[in-house]
Ligand binder design. Structure first.
Ligand code: FAD
Ligand code: SF4
Length: 512
């Protein structure tokens, strides 16, 4: 007789194709918990908590309908406990399970907690892979063992070869690995972007439960029209819609930002991927199949740009997270300690780019990559904000925010707090780049053409001031050689004016 087994499913492990579910095992019970600790380890966007709980509830219903035995503990259930190990302990002791199993958590915090808990167990226990990613946790670290530098491009090319994606033998299809230079077009006509097809759910009872549990949240929600895909079938519809309508322009406009277009041609699939409703392989395979079907409509640069994000960046970030934890959380290369200005939580600033990126994030729990990297992240780095405060903001505000992907993107790529492990240069810019890729500057209070003086764009003085302040730390970086040469050409009076302007803006940061 097989042992009576309790299997834990975490809120981001909603993969109905996992081998656990290939057969019905009457002696096995699946446990899914709305955890108070997980809902409060940082202050999350209300839409993020709703999306997680809803997706978990619907996943539990799905497993039950397939014949599996499921125990689902809502946040307000009397049997619930503050932390996941406490819930497991109380159920095991009450029900007398003989074996405990869980899937490898993607979050370091949960990985530690479950390891520590299992070390105290007197019954048999085991951990299974999530069967989600292309690569194993340690693959990035082992492929760069003994090397001085990690390079996403090297990892990505190896992944393309290993998984035979967009390959012609050992060479990339079309003879080129990278189309980044072709993928930098400004969006001048936002009505070109097809509207997103999204579900509309009434989530008011769930919102009421979250509120009455005293969980503090950020951001807004339309309780009667919740727009995110939270089941596998909805996520698959979203993937289909993306492949049909947005993929043909994905690469071309992937860096573009616009006041009237929040998602541009991006897929908005990150939540569905991160909670494992979709697998990265099926998303990549489906997009590649669409390109093969319609090569005249979808150029190679579009599909390559999309594949790069999932097969490349997503897997790379996960590998670096596991390589750099737990020290990653305290890295602070530039020794930045300024508080995050209040306008990150309110959107109340005269800087039009930040106003749009922040208000959109508060309203929708979404911003695309360039808004995160080159608007909110760029400003935080130029202003010398403490990376801990920056992490907290990114971890809370986005629907897709899980530490394994948020931390390498924020502390690594965006804040360069690791000194250049994730990214080969700090992602900083003045207003030139923002103007090139968006229409934000056109209606801004500040003047993008000024480095200093009345109404000069804060990004400009802060950019040159940042390079000036940190030139010693950055002088060996070949990717910054050009701006550092330009800085060296500024005469003394220009430098003094830049420094004075930057100081004045930093002193008045809350009023910018
Ligand atoms: P698309 O542009 O359509 O890309 C397709 C998919 O590729 C995404 O769904 C995502 O799964 C993957 N992807 C793209 N870029 C990255 C990347 N840099 N790292 C990992 N995966 C990537 N992504 C998260 O999933 N969670 C986060 O918490 C998160 N925090 C970020 C913080 C900062 C400061 C920055 C600069 C980026 C962050 N990203 C994060 C990466 C990226 O911005 C989002 O994955 C993307 O914006 C999600 O929107 P989308 O699904 O429309 O993406
Ligand atoms: Fe942002 Fe400066 Fe442009 Fe205003 S002028 S939108 S602050 S970059």
């Amino acid at each position: 007789m097989p042992p009576r087994t309790l299997r834990l499913i975490l809120g981001d492990q909603l993969n109905e194709h996992h081998s656990w579910f290939h057969s019905i095992q009457p002696e096995t019970t699946y446990l899914i918990v709305e955890s108070h600790a997980e809902a409060t380890y940082t202050r999350h966007h209300i839409q993020k908590i709703v999306a997680f709980f809803l997706a978990m509830r619907l996943f539990a219903e799905r497993l039950t309908s397939l014949g599996h035995r499921v125990v689902y503990l809502q946040l307000d259930n009397a049997d619930n406990r503050p932390s996941i190990p406490e819930v497991i302990a109380s159920i095991i002791s009450r029900e007398g399970y003989e074996r405990f199993e869980y899937q490898l958590p993607d979050e370091y915090r949960l990985d530690q907690a479950l390891r520590e808990y299992c070390a105290t167990l007197t019954i048999a226990h085991a951990v299974a892979d999530t069967e989600h990613f292309y690569s194993a946790r340690a693959d990035v670290a082992s492929s760069f063992r003994g090397k001085k530098q990690f390079l996403m491009e090297t990892f990505y090319r190896a992944m393309r070869r290993k998984h035979n994606v967009l390959m012609d033998g050992n060479l990339p299809i079309g003879g080129q690995w990278n189309f980044d230079t072709e993928n930098r077009k400004k969006l001048t006509n936002p009505s070109l972007v097809p509207p997103l097809k999204t579900p509309r759910r009434d989530v008011s009872p769930l919102c009421a439960m979250i509120q009455s549990a005293g969980i503090s949240t950020i951001g807004e929600i339309d309780e009667h029209a919740f727009p995110w895909a939270v089941t596998r079938s909805e996520a698959l519809e979203q993937l289909e819609d993306f492949c049909r309508t947005r993929l043909p322009w994905f690469g071309t406009y992937q860096d573009a930002m616009h006041t009237e277009q929040e998602t541009v041609f991006h897929s908005t699939l990150s939540f569905a991927l991160n909670v494992k409703l979709l697998s990265p392989k099926e998303v990549v395979d489906r997009a590649v199949a669409e390109w093969q079907l319609r090569p005249e409509a979808i150029s190679l640069s579009q599909i390559e740009g999309f594949v790069r994000q999932i097969l490349g960046w997503r897997e790379y970030m996960r590998g670096l997270y596991w390589h750099l934890m737990p020290g990653f959380r305290s890295m602070n290369f530039f020794d930045h300690h300024r508080k995050l200005p209040w306008f990150y939580w309110s959107g109340e600033t005269k800087m039009n780019c930040l106003k749009h990126a922040v208000t959109q994030s508060l309203r929708t729990a979404y911003a695309h990559h360039i808004q995160r990297l080159m608007i909110t992240g760029n400003f935080a780095l130029l202003a010398g904000i403490d990376p801990g405060e920056v992490d907290e903001w990114y971890l809370g505000i986005y629907l897709d925010a899980l530490e394994w992907v948020q931390l390498p993107n924020t502390r690594g790529m965006s804040q360069f707090a690791d000194g250049g492990i994730v990214a080969s240069k700090p992602y900083i810019s003045g207003s030139n780049y923002i103007h090139k890729m968006s229409n934000y500057c056109e209606t801004c209070h500040y003047r993008r053409d000024l480095r200093h003086g009345d109404q000069s764009c804060p990004f400009n003085s802060l950019y040159w001031n940042f390079l000036d302040q940190h030139q010693q730390k950055l002088s060996n970086n070949p990717r910054l050689a050009m701006p550092l040469r330009t800085l060296a050409k500024f005469d003394d009076s220009e430098l003094v004016q830049i420094r004075t302007q930057a100081r004045a803006y930093l002193d008045a940061i809350e009023r910018l």
